[in-house]
Design a protein around this ligand. Sequence first.
Ligand SMILES: [Zn+2]
Ligand SMILES: [Zn+2]
Length: 542
Amino acid sequence: AILLQGQTGSGKTAVYLNWLESILKQEQAQVLILVPEINLTPQLERRIHAYFPDRRMAVLHSGVSEKQRGLAWYEAMTGKAQIILGTRLAVLTPIPNLRAIVVDEEHDTSYKQQEGTRYSARDLAIWRAHDQHIPILLSSATPSLETWMAAQAGRYEYIRLDQRAQGASLPSVHLINTRDPQSQFSPGDSGAPIQRSLITKTLSHAISKTLDQKKQCLILINRRGYAPVLNCTACNWLSKCTQCSACTVMHKAGALGRRPVLSCHHCGLVKPIPSFCPDCGNIDLKALGHGTQKMEDAIEEMWPQARVLRVDTDSSRKSKGAEALFQEIHDGNVDVVVGTQMIAKGNDYQNIGLVAVLDADSRLYSADFRAAERLFAQLVQVAGRAGRSGTNGEKGGEIYIETQYPESPVFQFLLRHDVDGFLRFTASEREEARLPPYSYQALIHAEAKSLDKAIQFLNELKDKLKARTSITKALRVYDPVPKPVMRVAGSERAQLLIESTNRKALQETLEIVDQELRQDSQGRISNRSRVRWLIERDPIAI
Ligand SMILES: [Zn+2]
Ligand SMILES: [Zn+2]
């Protein structure tokens, strides 16, 4: 495999298209290009068309009609299409003369199917290339830790593109410490909002300035309802687990007890929510990310004359579709865009002057040990977008990140645009905590009418596993916990984490678990308790 690493705008696409061109010169050759979310990247589709005007391309993704998908499948299978472009579902397309595979944005979590049959399209693509003895190229500005380590160790060929194309400059990154009174409005300030502001004074001045310059502002928020980490508004205390290195998260009353509790999704520790800060005694403890939901209203209140567009998966699905929304931004019909990470994916906006990230903390500190890696990748991507508007010698965009923890390594490496430094740091942290890729994990998922049932099912399984000494020696079996998104379509879900530094031992145990559970199940629903179960290897989210 080859890792192609370079910043946004460094010309990665041109490099792999050029690489594919030489391969397509072979008789009847076919190539497969995988992208994370194709309905967001019609630009790439057009670009491939323009680069290979004489080649036939088949496009496969969930946004294409069933009939068209069938046709694309047929053209790939019969060798009629030379280029097969698609999302994760395209990875298993039958392609008789497949000569090369490209996985674009290889770090993107969209490659992993999280519901139903769980698989990682990137890993399947690597396996397929290996199996068929063909080259595979993984492309990213922020490679996943696993891929980066493979390249560093020389197991992958490594191509670096560190120059940004067309003299585009890197955007400047500003960290706003939300604890610093200097950055906040004080009563009587001109332009201060009536209520306590969700937006700092520093950021609101920057937004006003950008709007005055007739440039657009992009404000990123996260709206997924994950269980939040608790934090102290006076000091830096976070609800870290006392048993392991993860953060504990809040669960409402009823989920794990009669009162609301803090629970660790890594080791299963459950604790009552403290009524005051254990470090400083402050009683004002809040959930991280508190209040971001109201962000849009706050913006409309502070800049009533600005045209605000809200973009998220819901709004793009419901109304005009993603591309129409992006077109509006391109055409300059909006001044402020408020939306989730998807607005920053694969789109080039020419007139973005400012990008703000308001709830970085709630994404940095969560139950998942990969949260920092993911946030860093997103911020680098956002920075890449903002920098692009700075072509033709113009100044790049400005990035503002509001955080209570500006000293955090994620932000410090971002300030220096130091991707390798961040990955090196993350690798050493994982090694110390014995987390993947320095250990291997599996999750057993359980889904039932009530959480109690799901937890009980997993507890019984855990006890069975612990009774075998051969297993307890090589593996760590944690306590079952509710899933981050616990309730889905009328059922409640829990999970059990198994961890080992020995992949083979883990694999063997999972086979035993699978066999035993199957004996007592119809399909994957247990006969006795009617719990639906599933084994997931190498989960990307805990
Ligand atoms: Zn405190
Ligand atoms: Zn823990």
